[in-house]
Write a protein that binds this ligand. Sequence first.
Ligand SMILES: *Cc1c(COP(=O)(O)O)cnc(C)c1O
Length: 384
Amino acid sequence: MISLNVFAKEKLDALSSQGLKRDIQVTERLPEGNVIREGRELISFCCNDYLNLSHHPKVIQAAKEATGQYGTGAGASRLITGNHPLLAKLEKRLAQIKGTEDACVFGTGYMTNIGIIPTLTGAQDIIFLDELCHACLRAGSDMTGGKILYFRHNDMGHLQELITQNRHKHPNAMIITDGIFSMDGDLAPLDILGRIANENDCWLMSDDAHGLGVVGGGMGSRHMFDPLPDIPLQMGTLSKALGSFGGYICASKPVIDLIKTRARSLIYTTALPPANAAAALAALDIIEDEVDYCRRPIEHATLFAELLGLPEPQSPIVPIIIGDTDRTMTYAAALEEDGFLITGIRPPTVAEGTARLRFTFCANHKQEDIRALAASIKKHGIIT
Ligand SMILES: *Cc1c(COP(=O)(O)O)cnc(C)c1O
């Protein structure tokens, strides 16, 4: 047996030699959306705080008031004494926005997915996932012990083929997709997915972590379709455009009741602090009242894409695929030299050979900064 430290060091060295060691850097985010790293202020194009609501005066005020009144922590799990009235209020509000009977709030989006998927499907069942689904949808699916099949990204023909060959062998089936894909920024064909799910007796689940607040007039990816697609399981996070922290699932009352009875990542963990719910509620007020403001991130992404001749974005996420991991990290460092913070995204977050620069646009970005970023990208020959 080797010592723990030797084991860790050898494993890290192997990852380093493939350019896959990750360094978590101390970063301070400023109210306007810029960040400070190692004493240097950078313009950030890699935050998910799309509407800059984490620093919005009304959102901060709501969190402060809730903290002052109810304290900093929830004190227990929701099944014991942690189920603060603000959580119930938030669930009602989310259900209303998503057009479902009920909702359940979790500690994070990740915990939501690893809670609900194993609650609804088991070892006898089958799950069809888009191959570009977020890591926590994969993690939740793996925990079911059931059969898992990945269909090619947004390829409805491939999904139908897998269903035709496999659906009949299993009692229950789920189809799982991101609404807006986190690393590519494109939209799932939720209308066709809804139809395929209904025709083949599958339960459709969408993860709209990057949709709520920024697409579909702020209402999320489902609202980019007319008529609205039928999606019985609508999951999302409070931690991106809402500027708070936590996750949620919106569904029918029996489904939510079952989740509240059985989801382990809800039952065996402390409830969300009341202030997080208060902040999310204040953020939802802003999103519902200010539709034009919700459009700003995607307008900024569109300007960026136009400047560089990229395809029209469907969300505020715009990737530039580089392929090679080292080159991706070199480009990110060059842009940082010019004052722009962009994270290079590498395997295993994305598939081998598709390392990329991933740009996310927020409401507070200035047009002149977006133009300067595009100029810097051209200057370094990232796109010519
Ligand atoms: C960020 C993200 C999550 C996780 O949400 P958290 O609240 O940050 O845990 C889940 N799904 C997708 C698609 C995401 O982008």
